[in-house]
Design a protein around this ligand. Sequence first.
Ligand SMILES: [Cu+2]
Length: 185
Amino acid sequence: MNKLMLSSALLCGSALAMTGCQTIQDQLQTGNPLNQPALKSKIETVGEDKKEVGQLFLRPVEGGVQVYGKLMNMQPGKTVALHIHETGSCAMGGQAAGSHFNPDNFPHSSPDDVRGHAGDLPNLTANEDGVATINYVNNQISTDVVGKYSVNRLAFIVHANADDYTTQPSGNSGDRIACGIITKA
Ligand SMILES: [Cu+2]
């Protein structure tokens, strides 16, 4: 089943494969009731007011863990960094979340680099309505409740600026502006 879906996805560019393409696109939609997330996180601003900015979800898929969801009330057009940090706390303006989740002690890198931080994720760009979506498969993390690669009880951090995927240890992505603890869905 999963293998079939994967081959459909690979054929997405072909008109003949539109049906298969639609299928995997549907599978990747946020909130598909047939594919409940394993983990979820309510993302809130790190200030005193703790305004909710959105929700992110994680679930195991072929090839890794799908991280998906959307953030709202972002600065329109702005590109910002999103990471999974190693400690499940949003206290002290998000500083309590600690460093990037990095169970294999790799340098910070682009999210697709398997020798980078497990918690590295792609930058998000808000549209003109201030909405930013993510739909990304991370192959270095697990949705298991516990374990070396488990992200349960860790935290998402949204930064003020984009991640350059190069600067150590956090891509020169600036202040922490929003945070969410990852919990069982
Ligand atoms: Cu970060």
